[in-house]
Design a protein around this ligand. Structure first.
Ligand SMILES: Nc1nc2c(c(=O)[nH]1)N[C@H]1C(S)=C(S)[C@@H](COP(=O)(O)OP(=O)(O)OC[C@H]3O[C@@H](n4cnc5c(N)ncnc54)[C@H](O)[C@@H]3O)O[C@H]1N2
Ligand code: PPV
Length: 165
């Protein structure tokens, strides 16, 4: 599986904070055999987020596109809105699963408005901004991601009896 990681952070884009979340996700994925083929830090700008997600998905850069940051309720948090503009199909259950598992760790997880969806053949997942929050949310849906990527890419095998989790 190939992953691309987009960090949304005004401070990061201005060079006022070192991006710890993108590298934390990349390291976590590498331990599971997933290569990060692209990674970028940009500001919380609606149009820029749309442009980057669209370019990665439409050029088939990655099977899995992760965003980190900008999912909350601050005025400049627009990652979910930009993602909803880009995806053609939402997968609400994956976002629900992330919040369910996260709320077992912190009630602040209720503030993440993260969405998950599909554009072209890429699965796009919003994750919160902190390194801890980002990895915890990815971990929550990890067992589902492999199967989602297979299905998005047209796997027609009968999955009815393959999964019990
Ligand atoms: N499983 C978890 N889920 C959530 C957590 C958590 O700890 N575990 N945190 C919750 C909180 S609190 C909020 S609020 C929401 C929404 O978060 P956002 O997506 O809006 O996150 P940001 O405001 O962009 O960032 C929050 C905070 O994290 C630090 N930060 C952000 N970006 C970076 C970066 N690239 N490198 C290092 N640190 C970063 C910084 O202190 C920001 O103020 O999510 C809940 N879900
Ligand atoms: O600069 P950002 O976007 O990372 O903002 P915040 O630290 O308020 O999440």
């Amino acid at each position: 599986m190939r992953a691309a990681i987009l960090t949304l952070s005004d401070k990061g884009a201005r060079g006022e904070r070192v991006d710890a979340s993108g590298p934390a996700l990349s390291a976590w994925l590498a331990e599971r055999g997933v290569t990060t083929v692209a990674a970028e830090v940009i500001a919380d700008e609606y149009q820029q987020i749309i442009a980057r997600l669209t370019a990665w998905a439409d050029s088939d850069t990655a099977d899995l596109i992760l965003t980190t940051g900008g999912t909350g309720v601050s005025p400049r948090d627009v990652t979910p809105e930009a993602t909803m503009q880009v995806v053609t199909r939402l997968i609400p259950g994956m976002a629900e699963l992330m919040r369910l598992r996260s709320m077992e760790k912190t009630r602040m997880a209720a503030l993440s408005r993260a969405v998950v969806g599909i554009r072209a053949q890429s699965l796009i997942i919003n994750l919160p901004g902190s390194p801890k929050g980002a990895v915890e949310n990815l971990e929550a849906v990890w067992q589902v991601i492999g199967h989602a990527v297979e299905k998005i890419r047209g796997d027609s095998s009968d999955c009815g009896e393959r999964f019990t989790l």
